[in-house]
Each structure stands twice: as C-alpha cells, then as structure tokens.
Design a binder for this molecule. Structure first.
Ligand SMILES: Cc1cc2nc3c(=O)[nH]c(=O)nc-3n(C[C@H](O)[C@H](O)[C@H](O)COP(=O)(O)OP(=O)(O)OC[C@H]3O[C@@H](n4cnc5c(N)ncnc54)[C@H](O)[C@@H]3O)c2cc1C
Length: 378
C-alpha cells in the first residue's frame, strides 16, 4: 500500500523519537520489569496518546492509519512501550470516545488523550477469557450509584491506570444483554489490586488483577445505556485487533532488522553471513511475510477510516501479523545462532514479546472463528 506524504512524514517523526528516546531504554525495561513512566509522559508530549481523538477532545485529530504506524514503529524497538500505547489508546481511550457522553468525554477523554491520565480496560476474568460475555462481575443499581463486585485479570496497565473501563453484568439471566460498561477511577473505595503477573515477555508492561468489593461508583459512570456493554466491548476489540496486529508487525519487523544487521556484520569462513544463500532465503521469507502482514494491517486501518466494515480484516490482520511475526522472530534467532538466545542481542526479547500477540485481545483460534463467521455467517 502506497502511503500518503503525510503518513510517511509522520512515520519519520515517530521513528526519530523512538530511535532517540525508546531504543536506549528497551533492553533495561525488559530486564528490570519497571513501568516506563518517563516514556509514557513523552508519548503524551508527542501527542501519541490520543492520535485518532479529535483535537477538541485533546487528541491529535489524525486517522487510524497514523495510529497504526505509531504502534508499529514503537513495537519495532520496544514491545513493552508498544503494548502500553496500544492498550491505552484502543482499550482505555476508545470506549469513552465511542460511547461516552459529553460530560464523560470532557472529564476522562481529554486527559487520557493528552496523556495526563493512563487508561485501561477490564474485560477478562478468571472464568471469562475468550468467552468474554461470561462475565461474573456484577453491578447492582443502588440509588444514584452502582455497586460493583467481582474480579478482573490480565489487565494491561491495570494497577497504574487512572481510569479503567470495566464490564459487569446487571442480570446474568439476560446473557450478554445484561452486560454494561462502567468507568472506575483509581482510588475508589472498594477497588483494589491483586497481583501483577510475571509474564514470558512484555516485562515493562504491567498486567494486573483488579478486585471490586462493594465498590460504589456514581451512576453517571455508566457508559452508554444499561445493557450496552457487550456492544461497546465488541466494537472496542475490533479496533484493538488492528493495534495488536500493528504491534505484532512492528516486533516482527524489529526481528527482521536485527537479523539483517547481524548477517551483514558477522563473518563465517571469512565472508559475511549475508552472502550465504540459506541466510538470504530466510531473510527473503521473513521480509515477504512481514510485508504481507503490513498490507493486511494497513488495509484494516484504511477500511476503518473509510467507515467501511473491517471486522474480518482486523481479525485477519491480528492473526496473520502475530503468526508471521513469531515465525520471523524464530528465524531471526536461527540466523544469530546461539548468540540469538542471549540478552546481548534483542531477538530473544522479540520472540518472548511476540508470543503474547497471539493471545492478547483474542487468541489466534478466536480470530479464525471471527474470520470464518464473517465469511460463512453465524
Ligand atoms: C499481554 C496480555 C495483555 C492483556 N491485556 C488485557 C487487557 O488489557 N484487558 C483484558 O480484559 N484482557 C487482557 N488480556 C487477556 C486476553 O484478552 C485473554 O488472555 C484472551 O482473551 C484469552 O483468554 P484466556 O487467556 O482466558 O484463554 P481461554 O479463553 O481460557 O482459552 C484457552 C485456550 O482455549 C482456546 N479456546 C477458548 N475458547 C475457544 C473456542 N470457542 N474455540 C476454539 N478455541 C477456544 C483458546 O484459543 C486458547 O488456546 C491480556 C492478555 C495478555 C496475554
């Protein structure tokens, strides 16, 4: 896909920022597992925390393709910072942008888009992962409040977020029609945190358990109408899949970049590895796979921007980009040989980070179900 000058210039700006400010920290974030507070603040200052949000609500007023390019470029260097950006923008910001009323947009969307507050989205529960409609968290109306009880897990940025959108059922007998979406603010009495997960990868990203025990929130924190929760989270996940596809693409591209650099600058039998036909074959395969993934991710973004259906394309983009990203990360390690398994080179980090792209926001199996349903009907 041929990008416009505007998109290409934007990519160059983001790339420069990432090279100068993210690249020097990426390895340390992975080693220390610390949340990248400084980078998060800089993402806000660079207007990257609300890229597609209109300027009147504190955003940059750009399109989905700009957002996709930003996530790809950040992910190419640092998966942890990339997942922060993707989860904040697609999961924390989007539901309020999509379903919030004017008061909610002024109160939460503006500071989220400006990067003054961190956003997060709590859908997954111990018994509600792929089947997110099986939520057990409850919300009971009590005068001008809702009382929340239940727990969420694997929530990106959960324990550092200022604003969290959660789903809860008001009537389990109604199935997904009983689910509503609520905004919960950090510090609300009855809202606490369980453990932050120790994960295979994305170590600089916080993944938290959230606990709600008779947690009273104002009734005005309901997003949309009662019973709108399922619609809101389905719409949120459709867009979120594009961003995880973009992150998977970026990490895969990072693995390819590393493999190219290594093969050019390391000799075997007196010749650079890049002169070997088998290495060339692997590089060609990785590059072709990644370019095809890029086309799918950009196509899904362009369809969303054009207001056209993009559910199938978003699921294809996430499924394909994470599949070929994993393959590219594995091949990049092969090209490095034993050194690829050490922390001297970034490829062992890329493969650990990329694996989570096949699971988060719906596993590859679930993406295939979504794609098949779009083709065959329910
Ligand atoms: C890094 C990371 C960040 C995350 N961030 C968030 C977040 O911010 N907010 C949030 O709410 N959640 C988040 N999640 C949770 C994520 O969305 C879930 O892990 C994912 O939806 C899968 O759910 P599960 O892990 O419970 O797996 P399960 O649903 O238990 O699935 C287990 C296995 O069964 C398969 N399976 C399940 N159902 C079916 C089916 N119907 N047909 C075929 N196969 C099936 C799956 O493909 C998988 O292989 C995150 C996860 C990760 C890894």
């Amino acid at each position: 896909m041929i990008l416009s000058d505007t998109h290409r210039q934007f990519r160059a700006q983001v790339r420069e920022f990432v090279q100068n400010e993210v690249a020097p920290c990426a390895r340390d974030l992975d080693r220390s597992g610390e949340f990248p507070w400084k980078l998060v603040r800089r993402l806000g200052e660079m207007h990257l925390t609300g890229i597609y949000v209109p300027k009147e609500y504190g955003g940059a007023g750009l399109d989905t393709l700009h957002y996709t390019i930003a996530v790809e470029e950040v992910g190419r260097i640092c998966g942890s910072t990339g997942i922060f950006l993707a989860a904040h923008s697609s999961l924390g910001v989007f539901p309020i942008y999509y379903a919030g009323n004017e008061m909610q947009k002024r109160k939460w969307l503006v500071p989220l888009a400006k990067g003054e507050k961190i956003g997060s989205f709590g859908l997954t529960e111990p018994e509600a992962g792929s089947d997110a409609a099986a939520t057990k968290t409850t919300a009971k109306r009590d005068g001008d409040k809702y009382i929340l009880n239940g727990e969420k897990r694997f929530i990106t940025s959960g324990s550092v977020a200022d604003v969290i959108i959660i789903t809860a059922t008001q009537d389990p007998s109604k199935g997904y029609h009983g689910i509503s979406a609520f905004v919960v603010e950090k510090g609300t009495p009855g809202f606490s945190y369980g453990r932050d997960e120790e994960k295979l990868g994305l170590h600089g990203s916080i993944t938290s358990e959230l606990v709600f025990e008779d947690c009273a929130i104002p009734a005005e924190n309901l997003l949309g109408e009662e019973g709108d929760g399922f619609r809101i989270f389905m719409e949120t996940l459709d867009g979120g899949r594009i961003s995880i596809g973009a992150l998977a693409l970026g990490i895969g591209q990072g693995a390819l970049d590393a493999a190219v650099n290594f093969s050019r600058s390391n000799n075997r039998d007196g010749k650079p590895l890049s002169k070997s036909q088998s290495i060339q074959s692997m590089i060609a395969e990785m590059a072709t796979d990644i370019e095809a993934a890029r086309l799918l991710v950009y196509q899904a973004s362009a369809l969303k921007d054009a207001g056209m259906p993009y559910v199938k394309e978003a699921a294809m983009a996430k499924y394909y980009a994470s599949t070929v990203g994993m393959k590219a990360a594995s091949m990049a390690i092969d090209i490095h040989g034993l050194l690829g398994m050490t922390d001297v080179y970034p490829v062992e980090r890329f493969i650990r980070d990329e694996k989570l792209m096949e699971i988060g926001e719906g596993t590859s199996e679930i993406q295939k179900i979504v794609i098949a349903r779009q083709i065959l009907g329910k």
